[in-house]
Each structure stands twice: as C-alpha cells, then as structure tokens.
Write a protein that binds this ligand. Structure first.
Ligand SMILES: Cc1cc2nc3c(=O)[nH]c(=O)nc-3n(C[C@H](O)[C@H](O)[C@H](O)COP(=O)(O)OP(=O)(O)OC[C@H]3O[C@@H](n4cnc5c(N)ncnc54)[C@H](O)[C@@H]3O)c2cc1C
Length: 538
C-alpha cells in the first residue's frame, strides 16, 4: 500500500446538484485528477477543505487529501510535476500523555463555569486522575433548553438559566463557529474531543467549521458525562458570589450566593464575561486586573438568499454549498472609528441575551444546516478602555445601553429595530411586514438614539462602505439591537509562566479573564491553564 498527499481544485459543478455529502464521494474525482483507476484507490482521508468563491462563475473547492493506493501503483510516476506532494507531513499533535505531572496535587480542584473554558479545564484535570468539582450558576443542558423555551412563551427573564448561563456556557446555543486566528497544536486535541463527543467529523478538516445549536447541547452533555465517568462532580444551580482571599494573596474559600462556603485548594474561574456581579466582586477583593478595550454594536439581518446571491452569484444552491458567509471591515479614518462585521450566522436566528431582568442585547445562533432563511451578523465598534476610570463605569455604560434596548423594544423582550438606511438618516422609518428571525418580534425604534454618537457614526460610515462593496447590503438590511455582550472589558493579570492570577492557586481563564474570545480560544485557554497547573516546572 502506498500513501501520498495531494491538493486538488474541484469545481462545485463537478458534483451532482442534489449531492450534499460530497466528501464521502470523492473517489471518482480523485481517479479523474490523478489518472489512477478507481479500483486501485483503497481509501482517502480529507486533511483540508475550503471554498474559493472569488470567481462567482466558477466556485472551487480546494481539497487536501491523503490517498492510499495499492502497491501496484508507482506513485513516483504521478508526481514528476510536483514531487513534494508525495510526502505526507506528520500533523503535530497534542499528546495527552506527554505531561510530566506534579505529584501530590489536591484531588478536588474547583472549576467555576461549564463553558468551553471550564469544560476543557475540567476535562484535562480529570484525564490526569483528579476529581474536579465543577460549579455552575445554571442547569444541565436539557433543563436549560426548557427554560429558554419558557422564556420564549412567558417573556420573563430567568437570570440564571438563559442563552449565556448553564451547561456549555455561552457557546451552547450558538452557530458553533470554530475558527480562531490562534495557532496551537492543542486545537486539534480540542476538535478531536468535540468529535468524540458528537460533533461532525468534518470540523477536523474544514477551513471554516461550525457545529450548530442542534448538535452542541448533546456534545457538551457527552463531555460532561465523560468527566463524570472519570470522577468529576457537577454542582448545578449554584451561583458563586465571591472568592474569599486571605492576606491579599491566597485563595481560601468560594462563597456561594446562598451563603454556603466551599473550600478550594485550587480554583479555575471560567465564568465568561456575562458574570458581571462576580467579576465586580473579584475585582473588589483585590485580584489584580486591568481594563481592556471592548466592543458594542448591533445586528444586521438580511435574507440568506440575498447573501448567497452576493457571495456565490446564485440563489438556488447546489446541496454541497453551505449558506454563504461574509466578513466586512471598514477601517478607521480621521476621527471616525472603524467597524467590522462579527459573529456572522448564515441561515441563523437572532437571539435575546438576557441575564438580568429589564436588560436586553442581541446575539446570533444557527443550526448545523444553517437553513433559517435569514443571515445575521453583528456590526461592532471598539470602545477604548482609557475612556473609563474603572470597571463600575464600564458596566454602567454597557448596562445603560441594555436597559435602553429593553425599553425601546416595548419592555417585553421584543427587539427594537430600524431599517439600515433609516438608521443612517436618524429616522425611525417603518418596518411594514418586515420578516425577521427574532422569535419575540421586532418593533420600530431609533437604534441611532440608543448607541453612543461615536458608535452611531462608525456604524453609519461602515454601512455606506459595505453598500459599495456589497450593493444592497444597507438598502435591504434591518438593524436589530443593540449588541453588548461581545468581549470582556477586563483582563485579570496572570503570571505568563504559570498562568496563575495575582492570587495563589487561583487561575482565571477563558473569555471572562480577558484571554479569549470565542469557543476555541476559550477552550484552549482552559486547556493551557490546566496544563500549566498540572505540569512540573522543569
Ligand atoms: C448566542 C451566542 C453565539 C455565539 N456564537 C459563537 C460562535 O459561533 N463561535 C464562537 O467561537 N463563539 C461564539 N460565541 C462566543 C462563545 O460562546 C464564547 O466566547 C465562549 O462561550 C466563552 O467561553 P467561556 O468558557 O470563557 O465562558 P462562557 O461560555 O460564558 O461560560 C461561562 C460559564 O460560567 C457560568 N457562570 C457564570 N457566572 C457564574 C457564577 N456567578 N457562578 C457560577 N457559574 C457561573 C455560566 O453558567 C457558564 O457556564 C457566541 C456567544 C453567544 C452568546
């Protein structure tokens, strides 16, 4: 048997229009491209796949494929034009068994939060024989799902079980996009863990993979069950109020909101950036931190058909093409801030982020099939940390916007909305028969009056620019908002060698710590922190 790796460009038109799963049907095309008869191709494994949609008349998939052929084939003959392609480069891997672990670590480390950061932290600790205790304000995912369903019927906020809080954290009901700019071999380990827990195998090779909110809940449940099998214990419905620190530098106990105290020989706080009360209390207890830039903005919604037409040049998509995405950037100029699209959800819906009664902000999620018929994305603008004296002012600023959004929507968690062209003209305009993915509806309002002036100007300028690069983007777009839960305004100081915070045995990890933004980077930060804790310093 011979194995080699080769890159192929395959036109979308080479696949039957009704074929969705092209990845399992590549043998005839590999045969055609290499000249090897199908009967000699024993198997293949896709190592990479991306779509090149620059030429709308000819959409191309770029595949990187490892191919096994029978020994009768002289592969040297195949690659005279490009011998380098014969060599399969060994993928760097994160080896779980490679850690040189400290002896006599306390058996029950405490992890706060079951988002990607907390879950991966607990997973690694458990893999190394520790029995972590994992505390979460919310509920296991099946109960969390029911609470979200109830919210959509009774329109009453549930501050402890919602789109931000509960099993799996903020990523559970999301698009589950998994790309990150960070390069680290541990990402492969994370993706493999996700696949073992039920994520589609294609996330291992797609350039822009996503999982979808219909698969994510089962996936996080399976990871939790694996941690439980290894001896980890999950404590639900338990809001951590504060961390009790002795002599300014040593963690003593974890105080729950119900008055209980939990002793913690070591604690990983992975609470996300929506845990504002706890974050404030952590700062007040003297844990060293700095403010960092953060973003606010609003969502824009179009029909997916419009985005498909713009990005692919067609609307009646062959099944092998997923709903189209976009990523637009308007650079800052002179005195006007830049703005960028963020967390685009093809075929998704806009969801209400409600962690406090009377507060409202947007976010987006999609199912695996991305087939809602709508496309949404945030348009976000940077807010400089230097404009705020302390964390209280930052949170007051953000919460002020969330309250205005709630009130402008009529006080029942409907979203305020405005056509994008009305926004730039500072007019309410109308939303006559406007279709939307928002389950609780939209009402006409002045988003331009909710956002600060600089942010309004930045989004207006961006919309005008986006209209030039994607005609119709502003004209047919509806702004819904505002969006405030985008990134953490705080970074807890850590020792970059040990990842420990300014308090002994306290690791603050993931998005709430200010070291991650997104599912993969949060999971990676959890994994790295657990590794630092477990490993002997050589
Ligand atoms: C709707 C939505 C869609 C998103 N889509 C994507 C996407 O497609 N791709 C992507 O990369 N990112 C996406 N994100 C962002 C991503 O989900 C976050 O970056 C990621 O979840 C952060 O992980 P984390 O573990 O640091 O924090 P979180 O996921 O926020 O987890 C924090 C955990 O702490 C718990 N907690 C909070 N406060 C307390 C307390 N006081 N006591 C005890 N427990 C507490 C919470 O219940 C939660 O389980 C999305 C976010 C949302 C909200």
């Amino acid at each position: 048997m011979h194995t080699f790796t080769k890159q192929f460009k395959i036109s979308v038109n080479d696949f039957p229009k009704g074929m969705a799963d092209i990845d399992s049907h590549l043998t005839p095309l590999i045969s055609k491209k290499t000249g090897i008869e199908e009967k000699h191709i024993l198997s293949y494994k896709i190592l990479g796949k991306s779509l090149d949609a620059r030429k709308k008349s000819n959409l191309i998939f770029n595949f990187k494929i490892e191919i096994e052929v029978d020994p009768s084939i002289n592969i040297n003959d195949l690659f005279l034009d490009d011998p380098a392609q014969q060599l399969s480069k060994k993928n760097k891997n994160h080896n779980l068994n490679s850690l040189n672990v400290k002896k006599d670590l306390p058996v029950n480390p405490v992890v706060i939060g079951t988002g990607p950061a907390g879950l991966m932290t607990a997973y690694l600790l458990a893999q190394y024989g520790l029995k972590p205790i994992i505390i979460d304000i919310g509920k296991p995912v099946d109960e969390r799902k029911k609470d979200i369903k109830t919210f959509f019927t009774d329109r009453k906020a549930n501050p402890k079980s919602n789109f931000a809080f509960g099993e799996g954290g903020a990523g559970t009901f999301s698009d589950g996009k998994l790309f990150t700019r960070t390069k680290d071999p541990k990402i492969k380990f994370i993706l493999e863990t996700f696949v073992k827990a039920g994520a589609p195998e294609e996330i291992l090779y797609l350039k822009r993979p996503h999982i979808g909110s219909d698969i994510l809940p089962e996936m996080v449940k399976n990871i939790r069950q694996e941690i439980e099998k290894l001896g980890g214990k999950f404590v639900w419905n338990s809001e951590v109020d504060s961390l009790i620190i002795e002599n300014d530098s040593s963690l003593k106990n974890i105080a729950l909101a119900n008055g209980e105290k939990i002793s913690a020989p070591v604690c990983f706080a992975a609470v996300g950036h929506s845990a504002r009360k706890l974050i404030k209390n952590m700062i007040e207890s003297g844990i060293e931190h700095s403010l960092k830039d953060f973003q606010i903005g609003c969502r824009i919604e179009h029909t997916q058909e419009f985005i498909d037409k713009k990005q692919y040049g067609i609307t009646n998509l062959p099944k092998c093409l997923g709903a189209a995405e976009y990523n637009l950037v308007n650079k800052p100029k002179e005195n006007i801030s830049g703005a960028t699209t963020f967390c685009m959800c093809p075929g998704g819906i806009i969801v209400p982020m409600v962690t406090e009664d009377g507060h409202l902000s947007t976010n987006g999620m999609s199912k695996y099939a991305r087939n809602s018929g709508f496309a949404n994305s945030a348009i976000i603008v940077n807010q400089k940390a230097q404009n705020f004296p302390d964390i209280n002012e930052v949170f007051n600023f953000i919460e002020g916007i969330e309250k205005k959004v709630f009130n402008a929507g009529g006080g029942d968690y409907s979203f305020p909305a405005q056509k994008a062209y009305s926004f730039i003209r500072k007019e309410t305009g109308n939303l006559d028969n406007q279709e939307t993915s928002c389950n609780l509806g939209i009402v006409p309002a002045r988003l331009d009056g909710i956002l600060p002036d600089r942010t309004f100007t930045a989004i207006s300028e961006a919309l005008k620019y986006f209209e030039k690069v994607m005609p119709g983007f502003m004209k047919s777009g509806v702004l819904i908002g505002a969006e405030t839960k985008i990134s953490s305004p705080v970074r807890f100081i850590r020792n970059m060698d040990t990842f420990q915070s300014s308090v002994d045995n306290l690791y603050i990890v993931g998005e709430g710590a200010g070291y991650a933004g997104g599912i993969i980077s949060a999971a990676l930060d959890g994994l790295r922190s657990a590794e630092k804790y477990l490993s002997k310093v050589e």
